[in-house]
Design a protein around this ligand. Structure first.
Ligand SMILES: *Cc1c(COP(=O)(O)O)cnc(C)c1O
Length: 460
């Protein structure tokens, strides 16, 4: 029987082997297909195994090759969804974070990690024009959006003591991400009380329709309490008119949440376009998208630490902090839904300092240029049609004459680039999204040539 505690020399060998695997994987990214050739029965055959009674020792690391071969790689040809490219310095940060095994609940539990997370959150806030906002790192935009609506509800229609009262209404555009209706359901607001506001020709929330909907709800005896704007809709990257929505929110005493999971970090390269972020009560963003960090790394920023405490603080006596010194008394668990939390900030600490701000600004600017390059190529091709404007880095388009679903399947099977799909005004769209620091102009050109080649292979 193996002991759990292993000798230093054996551990050193194991660590060297793991790092060697990481290095070989990173250098193989350029050669790997954009999607692995695999199937459900193949992965079950490889990986649906029992837990053996006797340990296999270091030999288990040899499984990595097959795992990597049946994984979707973050290579230069990946343009699906909104998914960052796994910056390696961040990955090393994640490894070291796990080595340290800090529980980032409170300063007392993790003095360095808590201080680093608060610093890094400050950098992110400042980078998107929201200097001075407080916040926390979390699993992703969905978790951040849910926490934001929990804060909004507790600030305007307190429910934590006696349960949810009927009649609270939240507003968002028809392009809202599914995490918002999900949050409305989880928080007892109810999906029916999420009012869906129509959009203009550029997929931006219509503020006139928002005002009308609020007035109608007030006439009906309901209580509007929050509005959610998009800073980058997930489908086409549309940025709602943040200044106008902020003005409505302020007139109507609504909590103003901005879902910036896709687009908020574009403020590094496009500060003027996203200046309205600073007007938000709360703002979600995803460092595992447009800061290229390895999963997971979401962030909720807000200007209301007291509202966060009202929503999330329920401190039991056994963790009551003895120390009253403000830095040392700080506890994330009073301001977030989680208690045990991993040290997500370490990857950001390493990666953002290693590269510096200019490198990130330039990578985001390059993604924006790549999107324009593809949009121009699509506009210039008689068989292709652009289906939405391209304000950020998502490009939705279609082939005019062929079945686009069949084209997408062929593109993915060909393995040079990976695209995903979207529905734009009821039509099936091919969608390329650029949040990929490895992508080159050649990769962008390959999207065009692959789509056209796939179209040739598709009958009708
Ligand atoms: C990705 C995304 C989300 C959800 O974020 P996760 O990190 O996947 O939970 C929410 N809103 C928008 C606009 C997104 O692009």
């Amino acid at each position: 029987m193996r002991e759990l505690e292993i000798p230093d020399a054996e551990l050193a060998d194991l660590a060297d082997e793991a790092v060697a695997l990481a290095k070989a994987y990173w250098s193989s990214l350029g050669e790997r297909p954009a999607y692995p050739s695999t199937s459900g029965s193949r992965t079950a055959e490889l990986f649906a195994r029992p837990w053996p009674e006797a340990g296999r020792g270091g030999e288990v690391l040899q499984d990595f090759a097959a795992i990597a071969d049946h994984s979707r790689p973050s290579g230069g040809g990946f343009f699906g969804y909104v998914f960052g490219s796994g910056e390696p310095v961040g990955a090393l940060g994640d490894l070291l974070a796990s080595v340290l095994n800090q529980n980032v609940t409170s300063w007392r539990s993790a003095p360095a990690a808590v201080t680093i997370e608060r610093s890094v959150v400050g950098w992110l806030a400042e980078a998107v024009g929201c200097a001075g906002f407080a916040g926390t790192l979390c699993g992703g935009g969905s978790a951040a959006n849910t926490m934001a609506l929990a804060m909004a509800r507790e600030a305007r229609l307190p429910a934590n003591e006696h349960g949810v009262r009927a009649g609270g209404v939240v507003y968002a555009s028809e392009q809202v991400h599914m995490s918002i209706p999900k949050a409305a359901a989880l928080l007892g607001i109810g999906r029916r009380n999420l009012r869906i506001i129509p959009v203009d020709d550029e997929f931006r929330m219509r503020t006139d329709a928002l005002r009308e909907a609020i007035a109608a709800d007030r006439d009906g005896g309901l209580t509007p309490f929050a509005v959610v704007a998009n800073a980058g809709t997930v489908v086409s990257g549309a940025i709602d008119p943040l200044d106008e929505i902020a003005a409505v929110a302020s007139d109507q005493d609504l909590w103003f949440h901005v879902d910036g999971a896709f687009g908020a970090l574009a403020a590094l390269a496009l500060p003027e376009r996203l200046s309205g972020l600073a007007l938000a009560d709360s703002l979600s963003l995803d460092a595992h998208k447009w800061l290229y960090q390895p999963l997971d790394c979401g962030c909720l920023l807000h200007r209301h630490p007291e509202a966060a405490r009202r929503a999330f603080s329920h401190t039991d006596d056994y963790i009551r902090i003895m120390n009253e010194e403000p830095v040392e008394a700080f506890a994330f668990f009073d301001e977030t839904v989680e208690l045990s939390r991993r040290f997500r900030a370490l990857k950001l600490w390493f990666s953002l300092q290693y590269h510096g701000r200019a490198a990130y600004r330039e990578a985001i600017a390059r993604d924006l240029r790549h999107a324009q390059l593809l949009a121009e190529a699509v506009r210039g091709h008689p068989d292709l049609e652009l289906l939405a404007p391209v304000p950020l880095s998502a490009v939705c388009f279609r082939h005019r004459g062929k079945n686009n679903e069949a084209i997408l399947k062929r593109v993915i099977a060909r393995g040079r680039v990976y695209l995903s799909n979207a529905t734009v005004r009821g039509r099936f769209a091919l969608r390329a999204c650029f949040v990929n620091h490895r992508a080159t102009e050649d990769d962008v050109r390959a999207i065009m040539s692959e789509v056209l080649a796939a179209a040739d292979e598709v009958n009708g």
